[in-house]
Design a binder for this molecule. Structure first.
Ligand SMILES: *[C@@H]1O[C@H](CO)[C@@H](O)[C@H](O)[C@H]1NC(C)=O
Ligand SMILES: *[C@@H]1O[C@H](CO)[C@@H](O)[C@H](O)[C@H]1NC(C)=O
Ligand SMILES: *[C@@H]1O[C@H](CO)[C@@H](O)[C@H](O)[C@H]1NC(C)=O
Ligand SMILES: *[C@@H]1O[C@H](CO)[C@@H](O)[C@H](O)[C@H]1NC(C)=O
Length: 443
């Protein structure tokens, strides 16, 4: 089994919340449209997803971008759990089959004095080496088996997507290590809320309002990435907490077969060290330590006797069963702030062991010692997922992602913040957090 964890590794997952609108650079990106705009708004930019089918049955989810002039085709991983877009600039490090050939385009090196470099340096995404703006990015959950890194220098060049093009800043990776070396894609495009993420740079370029939709189909790995908001009657939304690093939501409780699990309310209470986030760059899921045992015990208790449980060599609970898991295992529901619920099927928390026939194991791992929950692809597949930075909310609806999705490029403003953003009050012994409260008004 190949497992990929592409969550930007912060200092032990600490202090991800931003205290106020950050001091963003004001670079003006050039945008050219090759297609005519329809009357009444922007055209929606849509990109198909193409999974490699390399791990389990789905993911990692890739999309093809055309970079440089003349355009070079590269398949990049869409990673909502990290902040920086980069492509491989060398084929020799085992990462990719293809790489960006800088000699065949005319990218400019990002100078250390450039305000984008200075901004990224201020948030630890860049360093200066002489006049060059370089990076050393680390991904993972902190335990060595799932961490990896990428190093290189920043360039600026044109990216072409579905008929539009924009000048962007991206990393040119010269070397990578860890898990990244075991997968074949040509780069990782960070789609996080951070101002220099791929999504944010496109929003700055005027491609869309600050909202994008992701729909990942399992098991084919196909699906859709669209700049704009999905239109679906089933969409429910929960407020997003202010963070420049992750799409953080307030998970409040978990129910198995309709019964709320006995998890201490302190486990999910958001703070700088406790939070729940969505991450398309991670294949499975990691549950807050304090929620893990109640969850696994409830699954075991609710499973029919025909499925015999055992603990595998990695310490995960597994079952041997010959019947369809979606028919015999319990349903799970995640309850978020504001009343939004996410209903999950057994295939969203169990994976089929490749070692033994008819064996399924719990695909949510314990985030040992941390009250951080990471919802990766296994949870996020087969839904439209709306990342609405303009209105600071995340939305989802069950969806067959092999079908077309209705997207609007001109979503209405729907959320009103009654607060002042979060404030992080930090002393040497205590970290307190005042969260913003949102009133969601539906029109
Ligand atoms: C999807 O990926 C497969 C295997 O990596 C490749 O052969 C195929 O050309 C890709 N299709 C598209 C539309 O990118
Ligand atoms: C900085 O640049 C020098 C000279 O090009 C190079 O030898 C060195 O490895 C670079 N350092 C880093 C951290 O990339
Ligand atoms: C790469 O995959 C092999 C075989 O699955 C595994 O033994 C190795 O530990 C992996 N390497 C990394 C860095 O994850
Ligand atoms: C998409 O929008 C069209 C036109 O408004 C509508 O007829 C169609 O049913 C919608 N499709 C879905 C899947 O919502």
């Amino acid at each position: 089994m190949k497992v990929l964890v592409l969550a930007a590794l912060l200092l032990a997952f600490q202090a991800p919340f931003v205290s106020s609108a950050a001091d963003y650079p004001t670079k003006v990106f050039k945008l050219q449209r090759h297609n005519q705009l329809p009357a009444g708004g922007m055209r929606v930019v849509e990109l198909p997803l193409n999974g490699t089918g390399e791990y389990l049955v789905h993911g990692p989810y890739l999309t093809r971008v055309e970079l440089g002039n003349p355009p070079q085709s590269l398949d990049v991983l869409i990673d909502t759990g990290s902040s920086i877009p980069w492509v491989a600039c060398r084929s020799s490090h085992g990462l990719s089959t293809r790489h960006f050939n800088t000699a065949a385009s005319s990218p400019t090196s990002l100078a250390c004095s450039d305000h984008s470099c200075q901004y990224m340096a201020g948030t630890n995404f860049a360093q200066c080496n002489g006049s060059r703006c370089i990076y050393d990015l680390t991904y993972g959950t902190g335990d060595t088996p799932t961490s990896s890194s990428a190093r290189g220098s920043y360039l600026s060049d044109v990216v072409h997507l579905d008929g539009v093009s924009a000048q962007i800043v991206f990393g040119c990776t010269e070397s990578s290590s860890g898990q990244l070396a075991n997968f074949s894609f040509d780069g990782v495009f960070g789609f996080g809320p951070y101002h220099m993420s791929f999504a944010s740079q496109l929003f700055s370029a005027g491609i869309a309002a600050r909202v994008f939709t992701l729909c990942m189909h399992s098991p084919t790995g196909s699906g859709l990435l669209a700049f704009g908001e999905a239109v679906d009657p089933g969409l429910v939304y929960t407020p997003m907490l202010p963070s420049q690093d992750y799409y953080i939501v307030n998970l409040q409780s978990i129910a198995v077969n309709g019964q709320t699990l006995p998890i201490s309310s302190s486990v999910f209470r958001p703070s700088t060290e406790q939070f729940t986030f969505f991450d398309s760059g991670t294949t499975l899921a990691y549950l807050a330590d304090g929620a893990y045992d109640p969850f696994v015990n409830a699954i075991r208790t609710a499973t029919p006797p025909s499925a015999s449980p055992f603990i595998d060599s990695k310490g995960q609970l597994c079952f041997v069963t010959s019947t369809s898991i979606d028919l015999s295992f319990p349903s799970v529901e995640l309850h978020f702030a504001g009343g939004a619920k996410m209903k999950l099927q057994p295939h969203n928390y169990l994976y089929h062991s490749q070692v033994k026939e008819s064996t399924y194991c719990i695909a949510w791992f314990r985030n040992a010692g941390r009250q951080v929950t990471l919802l990766g692809d296994i949870v996020l597949v087969d839904k439209v997922l709306v990342h609405d930075l303009g209105n600071m909310r995340l939305g989802w609806a069950d969806y067959d992602c092999s079908r077309p999705v209705n997207i609007t490029s001109s979503p209405k403003k729907k959320t009103i913040s009654s607060g002042q953003g979060s404030r992080i009050v930090s002393t040497s012994t205590a970290i307190a957090l005042v969260l913003t409260f949102y009133i969601i008004i539906s029109f």
